[in-house]
Design a protein around this ligand. Structure first.
Ligand code: C2E
Ligand code: MG
Ligand code: MG
Ligand code: MG
Length: 277
């Protein structure tokens, strides 16, 4: 409705839009060289087994240090990487790097450590996705059961044959599948019986105010009970204080992740964290 906002306002809006587009385009160009220039890093955030108090998993979270703009959040650059096609190469790099670190952790710990890697739907649409993962694991001699892939519910609503074939091949190899941000997406839960899902990650929006909100408590209770009766494990994300950790444990959620234990930290810091744990 440019007409009633007046010519000047409209013009101003137009320019800022242009600037935003130009900005995205220059970031996309920079992303192309980010891997080669060593600007990407995978950070790791521990997940704690709430029964034993032990670290059992780490989630891999991608970071980009831009040479002039500094750190750019994943929620800003991942959509750009998806649009520009760069996400496939970046995603492969994240998987290889995460598995390499996981193999290293397992030489240091008595109990098995798994790694959870976020995967974009675009990666699943590539016919060679499962094969890439299987050959990466083979090269590293890594047990496939130590790898967990996190994706949102929307992936399972996708009817592309490549997605289904990749999912089937990954499950056949015993790679674990985890639904991220559970509870914020589709309300059709039918997919839970059609796909062999190991983990539901309860979205932070249900966890962050858990101790004050009877509604959130009711929702988390229902999710955990439903998951348990389907044989699915639950992870609560975004736990920032002891009271919430205690509550989540009382509700029988198996694992917790959040700033209470650690923020995402780099590979060396994570090794130190493991050694101290
Ligand atoms: P996500 O997979 O749901 O990851 C959890 C996000 O919550 C992370 O943000 C993490 O730093 C943050 N977080 C963890 N604990 C707490 C807490 O106690 N309090 C609060 N306030 N936040 C907490 P981050 O690292 O900025 O990542 C944002 C999103 O970017 C991720 O959400 C994921 O969807 C996406 N992402 C990150 N790395 C990758 C990747 O390698 N590939 C893909 N496709 N997506 C990625
Ligand atoms: Mg995740
Ligand atoms: Mg999540
Ligand atoms: Mg989330």
């Amino acid at each position: 409705h440019g007409k009633d906002t007046g010519k000047n306002t409209y013009h101003f809006f137009d320019e800022s839009m242009d600037k935003e587009v130009a900005d995205s385009l220059s970031l996309i160009a920079d992303l192309r060289s980010a891997i080669a220039e060593n600007q990407l890093a995978v950070h790791f955030q521990p997940q704690i087994d709430l029964q034993t108090g032990r670290i059992s998993t780490a989630e891999a979270l991608l970071r980009w240090y831009h040479p002039t703009r500094g750190s750019i959040p994943p929620l800003t650059f991942i959509p750009l990487a998806e649009k520009s096609g760069e996400m496939v190469a970046i995603g492969k790099w994240v998987i290889a790097e995460s598995c390499r670190q996981c193999v290293r952790w397992n030489t240091l710990t008595e109990h098995p450590m798994t790694v959870a890697v976020n995967v974009s739907p675009l990666q699943f649409k590539h016919a060679d996705f499962a094969q890439f993962i299987l050959s990466t694991l083979e090269d590293l001699k890594m047990d496939p059961a130590l790898l967990e892939l996190e994706f949102t519910e929307s992936l399972l609503m996708n009817d592309s044959p490549e997605v289904s074939e990749n999912l089937a091949a990954l499950r056949k190899a015993n790679i674990h599948l985890s639904i991220d941000d559970f509870g914020t997406g589709y309300s059709n839960l039918g997919y839970l019986k059609n796909f062999d899902i190991e983990v539901l990650k309860i979205d932070r929006s249900f966890i962050s105010k858990l101790s004050e909100s009877p509604q959130d408590k009711a929702i988390v209770t229902a999710i955990v009970q439903m998951a348990a009766s389907l044989g699915i494990e639950t992870v609560a994300e975004g736990i920032e204080d002891d009271a919430t950790a205690k509550l989540v444990r009382e509700l029988n959620c198996q694992k917790g992740q959040g700033y209470l234990w650690s923020r995402p930290i780099n590979d060396e810091e994570f090794i130190n964290f493991l050694k101290q744990a």
